[in-house]
Design a protein around this ligand. Structure first.
Ligand SMILES: [Zn+2]
Length: 394
């Protein structure tokens, strides 16, 4: 068997400090045989690159089925008008939807993404996922606008989507709540019952200040938003606490991993409370979508201070300019540059793999894993810059 011995200016394994001029040895299938330094090898057998080598990226939050709405909802509208905008766009030809899904999957492969946590309200993406080399964890997303009387019917409809989506072989699936503000206690109960032990759930969390306002004291724009959709404000509101407390109350005895997605408004107190409730919580940030929709970013220092495990996602092409984890890393590097490239690689690779339960194979360059191999170009200082690009080496 012939091995490839690949080296670059830097090797980020995501499992230890970056190695200057590190070497990774891959077999023909891309399985890591060894990680070392150039002096351990005969120079003539090395494949030498400029830039940084790192594992394949994990996109912990995507809505592949929304790929056909690229560019149709304007930027900077804030979340509630954005959601109304998405809902008002209907009736696309099925062919157009399916082509966009296919293109989205290809775009992610070319961007060095090896696994995706994908939110699905429909079964449209199932065929593409089955054929793709990307490993998909499909989150069949449910919401009843907090109208518990409709929860059982919502769950039954979700079951039909669940049956069609792939969850065997390379892929996984589970039922998940959309967001605290759209899921009744009854629907949470149905989802909790089906949650796979050791599997993964996902929920949108604290994407707008109006979300906490709704739960704390029924202020903000959500009551009017419910009215627009013909939904009554449920009688257990106000709840008196921030929104993750509602999620925690209705997902008792967590034996699953939980992705909290966006967290633009999460405080350190919120983060610590969730971590204490479920140490297997992952904080998924989608910075470009946050800029697209709300023109704001989370305060990443809160997550570092609370020892939180951060992963990265792209959200959908309806709320982003592309599906690329490298572009998410570049945005963080530009606006909160105190976060090191080593930390960004851990977020982009290992934490995402752990969040989806794929860490046995993916997420770090360690002997025995088959995580994919990306080459990322850096500037003179060895940092990400506007022009950084990814080349998929395996
Ligand atoms: Zn989302």
């Amino acid at each position: 068997m012939s091995f490839r011995k690949i080296t670059a200016d830097w090797l980020f394994t995501a499992a230890g400090a970056p190695l200057r001029e590190g070497v990774v040895v891959l077999d023909e299938e891309g399985r890591v045989q060894q990680v070392g330094r150039r002096e351990d090898f005969d120079a003539s057998e090395l494949e030498v690159h400029r830039g940084a080598l790192m594992p394949g990226f994990v996109n912990a939050h995507c809505h592949l089925e929304l790929s056909h709405m690229k560019g149709l909802v304007g930027t900077g509208s804030t979340l509630l008008p954005f959601l109304k905008g998405v809902v008002s766009l209907r009736d696309f030809p099925q062919e157009q939807i399916e082509e966009a899904i296919q293109r989205g999957d290809e775009e992610m492969r070319k961007a060095g993404i090896v696994a995706v946590g994908d939110i699905s309200n429909k079964a449209d993406t199932a065929d593409v996922k089955r054929r793709s080399p990307i490993r998909y964890y499909t989150f069949v997303e449910l919401f009843d606008f907090m109208q518990g009387s409709g929860a059982d019917a919502v769950f039954a409809a979700g079951r039909e989507v669940y049956e069609v989506q792939p969850g065997e072989g390379k892929d996984r699936k589970s039922f998940v709540p959309h967001a605290p503000y759209t899921v009744s206690p009854r629907l949470f109960e149905l989802i909790r019952k089906e949650a796979p032990a050791g599997g993964t759930l996902s929920i949108h969390n604290q994407e707008t200040p109006h979300e906490d306002a709704l739960f704390k004291d029924l202020s903000g724009d959500f009551p009017a938003f419910f009215k627009d959709f013909g939904a009554a404000v449920p009688d257990f509101l106000p709840f008196g606490k921030s929104s993750p407390h509602y999620t925690m109350r209705h997902l008792p005895e967590p034996d699953f991993r939980l992705l909290l997605v966006h967290n633009t408004c999460s405080t350190e107190e919120d983060i610590r409370a969730v971590q204490a409730w479920n140490p297997e919580s992952y904080w998924v940030s989608c910075p470009n979508a946050n800029l697209y929709i709300e023109n704001r970013l989370p305060r990443y220092q809160h997550f570092l201070d609370a020892g939180a495990k951060v992963a990265l996602g792209t959200d959908s092409l309806t709320s982003n300019w592309q599906l690329s984890i490298l572009e998410e890393m570049k945005t963080i590097a530009r606006y909160q540059s105190f976060i090191s490239l080593e930390t960004l690689v851990e977020w982009a690779c290992l934490n995402g793999a752990k969040a989806l339960g794929f860490e046995q194979e993916l997420g770090s360059l360690e002997a025995g894993k088959k995580p994919g191999l990306n080459l990322v170009s850096l500037d003179e200082q060895g940092q990400l810059w506007e022009g950084s690009e990814v080349e998929v080496l395996f």
